[in-house]
Structure formats: structure tokens, C-alpha cells
Ligand binder design. Structure first.
Ligand SMILES: Nc1nc2c(ncn2[C@@H]2O[C@H](COP(=O)(O)OP(=O)(O)O)[C@@H](O)[C@H]2O)c(=O)[nH]1
Ligand SMILES: [Mg+2]
Ligand SMILES: [Zn+2]
Length: 329
């Protein structure tokens, strides 16, 4: 039988197969094979060989009705995790395939520059981002759609919802069906209300993302997958930062995470063009001719940290805060 690991605890794995849940342990052979592989490759070991989100093949035992063994862990599409201080690798969630980015049409204000940042992190992590604009009852749909039009043109899926009127909730269900999603959004945008509208009683400990994205500490990294009645799972995580999703370390390749820049990058005179001050830059030219939206370019500059002025000072401060936190750990 094949299933998905939805929870792990001290060597026990909860594996969901259809509507059934089996508490499994790893087949000893799996551990032995991994030991042999590590000895050959000199790689650091995993804290858990099998992680939440992994697709596994299990066998059930005749003696324990709902128990079984994990015989095989199928290859991962994606994995989010970190390397611990002791060098061991930890996979926090495997096979996450969608990042649901929630904003409110109003109250709190729709912040498109913050949306850009989420989109980049999703792109950089190879997770499909889906944009959900909630509280659509508080605004004129056409006006909000006009604001989001650019994102639809870039190929991003946008869903408009209201937990007051129920509009769009079906659409959101459709988008989440049969996939593993994680949810991000600032406090007050309606995450809890939406989850409850999707499936009454569904509650998460979702980490709320502060406007200054990097703020916040998370002591626990445990992720649980909550099965959705209509198919699929939502990752219940105390903080999305713990997934390693919200850190864009790879600033060098930032431009490729802006889909509209991709066709222009090879046209720049310099291969390592930062699209900031270099001559003969195809990206800057596209911004001037309006082929690239100037606000998106602005987001690119902000995220690169190239931009002079207030943002630069803020981001420097953030960096220092993060470094000092790291040192204290
Ligand atoms: N008008 C309106 N208010 C909403 C909607 N969804 C949530 N709210 C309200 O917005 C506030 C914050 O919602 P909540 O679900 O707690 O947001 P969270 O902090 O993201 O979990 C609450 O007062 C909700 O009643 C909506 O679609 N329309
Ligand atoms: Mg909430
Ligand atoms: Zn350039």
C-alpha cells in the first residue's frame, strides 16, 4: 500500500492511506541501507530518514490491526528543511507543492510589494504560489482584479474569496484539492476564517507573517499534515519560516525568480548584469518601454537590497538582528 506520512514522533510514523491511518515504524532494512549509503557517500545523516509529506510504501502486520512497517520511501519532489548545528540534516516537510499566499482586499491593506516577496520565495523554492485575496466583500471586485491583473498575466493563479458571503470558497477548495499546501499571510487577513470556511472546524497553528517578514521566533519546527475532506493536505506549521521558505539566500539568481525578466536576462550586455547600473541592460530597457511593470522592478531592487535610502538601512538592520540571533543560538 502507498500512503503519505502526516505526522512523526519518536520513530513512529502516522501514514494516511485513503481514509485509513496506520502507525508505522521503519523497516530495519531501510536504516541499514541508509547507513551503507552514508558510509559510501560521506554525507551527513538525516534526523528522520522519512519525513512528514513523504510518500511511502507500507506493509501491515497481521497482529496489530492498524500498525505496519514503512518498506520504502519514494523519491521526494521537494524538501524543506535545514542543517542542524550538529551537521545532521532535517527535513521539515517533503513534497510541499503549493504556497497559498493570503491577503485581504482591505483591512489590512493589500500590500503588493510584500506579495512580490512571497512570490519570489515560492519561485526560489520551486513551490507553486497561489494568490488568495480575501474580504472581497469589502471592495469592488473589478478594482481589486485590476490591481491583480498584472499577476494573472504573469501566470499566477488568483482566487478572490469572502468568508462573509462565501464567494470563492469553492474555487479555493478546487485549487487545494489533492495537493499539499502551506499557508502564509499577515495577521487579520482571514486565514483562520478561510480554513474554517473550507472545512468547518479546521484550525491550524499557522505562523503569522509580520510585515517585516523576518521578525519572529519559532521554537518548534514540527509540521503536521491535516487531511482535507475534499482531498489533499494542508501543512500545519507553527511558522512558515521554519520551512526555510522565507529566506532568500541566493540573491545572485534573483532575477530568474521574476518570470517577466527571464526573456530579457540573456539580452543584457553583461552576463552577470544586476539590472541596476550596468550599460546596455535589456531589463532596464524593458522597464522603460513598459514591458516590465516598474513596481515589480522596484520590488526586484528592494529584494536585491540594491536600493539606496530607507529600505537599505532597514534591511541592514534586519540582517544584523538575524546575525546576532544566530550567534546567540
Ligand atoms: N468582511 C470580511 N471580514 C472577514 C473576512 N474573513 C475574515 N474576516 C474578519 O477578519 C478578522 C480577522 O480574521 P481571522 O480569520 O482571525 O484572520 P487571521 O489572523 O488571518 O487568522 C476577523 O474579524 C474576521 O471576522 C471576509 O471575507 N470579509
Ligand atoms: Mg488566525
Ligand atoms: Zn541587465
Amino acid at each position: 500500500m502507498e500512503g503519505i506520512v502526516i505526522k512523526t514522533r519518536g520513530g513512529a510514523y502516522e501514514v494516511q492511506v485513503g481514509n485509513q491511518c496506520y502507525i508505522c515504524t521503519l523497516r530495519h532494512q531501510l536504516i541499514e541501507d541508509e547507513k551503507r549509503r552514508l558510509a559510501e557517500t560521506k554525507e551527513m545523516p538525516y534526523v528522520d530518514l522519512v519525513a512528514v509529506g513523504d510518500r511511502v510504501r507500507i506493509s501491515t502486520t497481521a497482529s496489530a490491526a492498524d500498525g505496519g512497517y514503512i518498506e520504502e520511501c519514494l523519491p521526494r519532489d521537494t524538501q524543506f528543511g535545514r542543517t542542524r548545528m550538529d551537521g545532521w540534516r532535517q527535513v521539515i516537510v517533503a513534497n510541499l507543492d503549493m504556497l497559498l499566499i493570503i491577503f485581504a482586499a482591505r483591512h489590512p491593506t493589500l500590500k503588493l510589494r510584500m506579495l512580490d516577496r512571497f512570490l519570489v520565495t515560492a519561485e526560489a523554492s520551486d513551490v507553486e504560489p497561489v494568490i488568495c485575496i480575501n474580504k472581497i466583500d469589502l471592495a469592488k471586485l473589478e478594482n481589486v482584479q485590476r490591481e491583480l491583473n498584472l499577476y494573472e498575466e504573469l501566470g499566477y493563479k488568483v482566487v478572490y474569496t469572502s468568508t462573509v458571503t462565501g464567494n470563492g470558497v469553492d474555487k479555493l477548495r478546487e485549487v487545494m484539492q489533492n495537493r499539499i499546501s502551506a499557508i502564509v499571510g499577515s495577521s487579520g487577513v482571514g486565514k483562520s476564517s478561510l480554513l474554517n470556511a473550507l472545512q468547518p472546524g479546521l484550525q491550524l497553528r499557522i505562523g503569522e507573517v509580520d510585515d517585516r517578514i523576518h521578525k519572529g521566533r519559532h521554537t518548534t519546527t514540527e509540521v503536521i499534515l491535516l487531511p482535507l475532506e475534499f482531498g489533499g493536505f494542508v501543512a500545519d506549521t507553527p511558522g512558515v519560516r521554519t520551512l526555510g521558505l522565507l529566506e532568500i539566500d541566493d540573491e545572485q539568481g534573483l532575477d530568474i525568480h521574476f518570470p517577466e525578466m527571464r526573456p530579457y536576462i540573456p539580452e543584457c550586455r553583461f552576463a552577470a548584469c544586476t539590472h541596476q547600473h550596468e550599460p546596455d541592460c535589456a531589463v532596464k530597457r524593458a522597464v522603460e518601454t513598459g514591458d516590465i511593470n516598474p513596481l515589480r522592478y522596484e520590488s526586484y531592487l528592494r529584494i536585491s537590497g540594491f536600493k539606496e535610502g530607507r529600505y537599505e538601512r532597514n534591511s541592514d538592520k534586519k540582517r544584523t538582528d538575524r546575525n546576532s540571533r544566530r550567534r546567540r543560538r
